[in-house]
Design a protein. Sequence first.
Length: 188
Amino acid sequence: MNELFVLGELMINPMHGYLLHQILNGAIGPTRKISWGVLYPLIHGLLADGLIEQVPDEGARQGRGKKKIMYNITEEGKMRFSRLMEEPIPYTPDYELHFYIKLKNFDLISRELRFLILHQYKDYLRYEIRHEEERIEYVDKDERIPDGEQQYILIFFRHRLEKLRIDEEWVLQLINSHRANGEGLERE
């Protein structure tokens, strides 16, 4: 996911590590931060794999006149970016963040791939919705759970279900918008 983010940012413009760090932390939100101890090994791995390259920034200087190192994506990096965009996202706790990183890069991919990614997200949401419905049914029928505890468990599960249904409605609107504008291939 972080690799996709860095490559996606470099698809647009060369950047230095500090700016990549700022943008990534802004994208992932206030409660999750990526550390330098994660970002720089990632950058060094991308360099070692030939997916990005270092180029000096002629316009900017750090303290004592030291030039900042800019990173630029290579042709191999562009191919890797495309493959990462095409790969289905595994169902993990980071699924939604991974999806949003892909969504952020929609202007860099084909209309057909956009449509496919939206449908994959819809399928993920439906999987999560079925899970919440099953949990509600189970807790509602489980007589071993004390009534007071059961009440709050059900409040939480129903709230999560409502949020998932709102997300499903949102992605269906995006799919329908793409379909109405001829921006994708229909998929059943």
